[in-house]
Design a protein around this ligand. Structure first.
Ligand code: NAP
Length: 239
């Protein structure tokens, strides 16, 4: 498969390594230094684009891929208030798009466990819940996109929590997300339920970026040649 990499930083390079090892060819690599090469003509050589840039550029990069008619996988975090707009655009032009705040298979299993735990906790008001996410100091956004996804799943299932906050919670209705920045740390997420009697904690720790890169390549293989809006659940075959 021919792949265009939009963003050739830490993730772009990790994705290249996995993609090449799976027999794919990188036909274009775009970063800020050669942005003028991000043209329709150059993109037509690719069957799929993988976008990992930054919060300020993801929306327009994904838009461009969709306008060029190229299926696009994106994992850039920190911009997703506009995700709905892109999904509408994709549906309108009958394109192909997959966004994931985290591509690692382990984290996607963790998402399922988090949702199930939240639904079990729905009526157990004696338990409070909080989140911690730990990443490297170069990370541009806080809280992490993964922490936001975890928080959204908790808010959907635990009615006593009304919104997430990226600080110590002041109200019982707030779901606290604490962000810590330490080097080196590819990413740790902790969800803790605690009562006066006991506590339950689930933790996912990434050991390297390889898991994210492998998941992004799996997602690219999945959406190439398809039409629609997809999620990692579809790639991994979760119900
Ligand atoms: N979903 C997941 O599983 C997952 C996992 C890890 C990271 N992420 C997210 O992925 C994103 C990238 O992470 P990273 O660690 O690879 O960051 P990084 O090392 O800073 O790389 C970012 C890359 O994007 C390029 N870039 C920046 N602005 C651009 C623009 N306007 N157009 C085109 N390219 C542009 C940069 O080019 P220059 O070098 O020329 O500036 C660089 O090549 C972040 O949002 C991060 O949170 C997601």
């Amino acid at each position: 498969m021919n792949i265009a990499l939009i963003g050739y930083g830490k993730m772009g390079k990790a994705i290249e390594e996995v993609a090449v090892s799976r027999g794919h060819k990188i036909t274009l690599k775009i970063d800020e230094g050669n942005f003028e090469d991000f043209t329709s003509d150059n993109m037509q050589k690719a069957e799929v684009a993988i976008e990992f840039t930054g919060p300020g550029s993801a929306y327009s990069n994904i838009s461009k891929c969709l306008e060029f008619g190229i299926p696009v996988v994106s994992g850039t975090t920190g911009w997703t208030e506009r995700l709905g707009e892109l999904k509408e655009k994709c549906a309108k032009i009958r394109g192909s798009f997959l966004y994931a705040s985290n591509f690692s298979v382990g984290v996607n299993i963790f998402f399922e466990i988090n949702t199930r735990l939240a639904s079990l906790m729905a009526n157990h008001k004696e338990y409070d819940v909080s989140l911690v996410e730990i990443h490297h100091t170069q990370k541009k956004d806080a809280p992490s996109g993964t922490a936001i996804t975890l928080a959204e799943h908790i808010l959907e299932n635990v009615p006593r929590k009304k919104k997430w906050v990226n600080q110590k919670a002041n109200e019982a209705t707030e779901l606290e997300i604490i962000s810590e920045r330490i080097d080196p740390a590819p990413g740790t997420h902790k969800v803790k339920y605690f009562s006066p009697i006991d506590e339950i904690e689930i933790i996912h720790t990434a050991h390297s970026r390889k898991g994210f890169a492998a998941g992004a390549v799996l997602a690219a293989e999945f959406i190439a040649g398809k039409e629609g809006i997809f999620a990692m659940k579809d790639v991994l075959g979760f119900e």
